[in-house]
Design a protein around this ligand. Structure first.
Ligand SMILES: *[C@@H]1O[C@H](CO)[C@@H](O)[C@H](O)[C@H]1NC(C)=O
Ligand SMILES: *[C@@H]1O[C@H](CO)[C@@H](O)[C@H](O)[C@H]1NC(C)=O
Ligand SMILES: *[C@@H]1O[C@H](CO)[C@@H](O)[C@H](O)[C@H]1NC(C)=O
Ligand SMILES: *[C@@H]1O[C@H](CO)[C@@H](O)[C@H](O)[C@H]1NC(C)=O
Ligand SMILES: *[C@@H]1O[C@H](CO)[C@@H](O)[C@H](O)[C@H]1NC(C)=O
Length: 401
């Protein structure tokens, strides 16, 4: 009886997550989108090496995350510890973690807040302390914590239990805590105080419809995200072949502007030069990694996020580089190219139509396109394509670049 009354109180009193991680959205690579359950240590090692070879580590992609299917279905009958799959990961997780760390990267792992993981491996429910101790002893830097086989126990309770287990096991080691409860049970209300990121929808798939859907759902609660805790529309599908080149560009630009985690999910050993150039866009990465961490919101044609066939604009203020407004205009229409007029005053960038704004093209190395009064007209955005801009406004044209 007392127990039942006390539980909600305890949850309210639990302190905000304060591990000093995720001050900007996390960047890295994960096995799932490309390999699913078909993983082994070779896959992880070769992709980790490619982060360095392709220069992606220098751009900020640091986490190397092993998703589901690294452990066995049953625990050790004596110790209750989880067992690393000896066929897929014969060197063990500590060796793999060392391999990753030796390359200046960070190591991530996966489990479920349930009896089993989604692919039927041993989950952490009831064994949070043991698993957290193992993660710390392996040097794990990031935990993606899924929601399968959860026994109907409320998410908040299960995710808080692992949060506390990580804190208890960690001593001075900190672990980025990625909540993956698929946006359920009002995670926007407690995700921020529990983890460093929280998924806002179910799994992304390798298609335009899925990218669009996960993006839209991720826009429902932009206000709860910021430095230390991020809305997560799921990992990137760039380089996996299900999107056209145009759609890959838009997928990346949208994730960047709304400050989503940028976790790659393709095979870096075979990535095309075109896909590589998208994920290597320094201007969009800078926008994503802005220290203010404000998730861009819909600011034009926002009547219907879902089923929109229009050009919509997602924009927000950024603090770095002297402060600027960043936006991505996306044409959701499947068939028609469409124009868009960026009206500075209605976006709150200027107070009068006399003021000038400098416009820079984030898809073209941030070059200065020009200075404009009142509005900037984009005559044509192709179906599923986008324009990504940085805008700075001043009262006098002479004070602009
Ligand atoms: C590791 O996994 C990859 C990708 O699924 C596969 O091609 C390869 O044969 C596997 N290697 C070993 C040693 O099992
Ligand atoms: C293992 O787990 C079982 C079931 O939860 C428990 O009864 C047992 O005491 C545990 N053993 C150890 C060594 O923790
Ligand atoms: C944790 O950090 C403190 C202060 O930096 C240090 O004194 C202490 O020895 C560290 N503890 C462990 C377990 O590393
Ligand atoms: C995150 O949660 C904490 C504690 O509830 C709150 O103080 C903070 O403002 C929240 N951050 C955002 C960005 O909502
Ligand atoms: C990709 O670019 C590299 C370096 O510029 C070049 O060596 C390689 O041939 C290109 N690959 C393809 C498939 O075009």
């Amino acid at each position: 009886m007392h127990f039942i009354i006390l539980l909600p109180l305890l949850f309210v009193l639990s302190s905000a997550l304060n591990n000093n991680l995720g001050l900007t959205p996390p960047m890295g690579w994960n096995t799932w989108n490309r390999y699913g359950c078909d993983i082994n240590e070779t896959v992880v090692m070769t992709n980790a090496e490619m982060l360095g070879i392709l220069g992606l580590d220098k751009l900020g992609y640091r986490y190397v995350n092993v998703d589901d299917c690294w452990n066995l279905a049953t625990r050790d009958s004596m110790s209750n510890r989880t067992i690393v799959d000896p066929e897929r990961f014969p060197s063990g997780m500590k060796a793999l973690s060392d391999f990753v760390h030796d390359r200046g990267l960070k190591f991530g792992i996966y489990s479920s807040a349930g009896t089993l993981t989604c692919e039927g491996r041993a989950g952490s429910l009831g064994y949070e302390d043991l698993d957290a101790q193992d993660y710390v002893s392996w040097g794990v830097d990031y935990l993606k914590y899924d929601n399968c086989f959860n026994e109907g126990i409320p998410s908040f309770e299960r995710y808080q239990t692992m949060k506390k287990a990580l804190e208890k096991a960690a001593h001075n080691h900190t672990i980025f805590y990625s909540i993956c409860n698929w946006g359920l049970e009002e995670v926007w209300q407690w995700g921020n105080e529990t983890g460093n990121s929280w998924r806002t929808a179910g799994d992304i798939f390798n298609s335009w419809e899925s990218v669009k859907y996960n993006f839209e759902v991720n826009q429902l609660h932009p206000d709860v995200a910021g430095p230390g805790g991020w809305n997560d529309p799921d990992m990137l599908e760039v380089g996996n072949g299900g999107l056209s080149h145009t759609e890959e560009r838009t997928h990346f630009a949208l994730w960047a502007v709304v400050k989503a985690p940028l976790i790659l999910g393709c095979n870096l050993n075979t990535i095309s030069n075109r896909s590589l150039s998208i994920i290597s866009n320094k201007e969009l990465i800078k926008l994503n990694q802005d220290s203010k961490g404000d998730q861009a919101v819909c600011v034009h044609n926002c009547h219907s996020l879902k089923d929109s066939e229009d050009v919509q604009v997602f924009g927000g203020w950024n603090k770095d580089n002297g402060g600027y407004y960043g936006l991505v205009a996306v044409n959701w229409n499947d068939l028609e190219s469409k124009p868009i007029s960026i009206d500075f005053k209605s976006l709150g960038l200027t107070k009068s139509s006399e003021e000038y704004c400098s416009v820079y093209d984030l898809w073209n190395k941030g070059v200065h396109i020009g200075n404009y009064q009142g509005k900037y007209l984009i005559p044509n955005i192709d179906p599923h394509d986008n324009v990504a801009l940085k805008i700075k406004c001043k009262r006098k044209a002479s004070s602009l670049e």
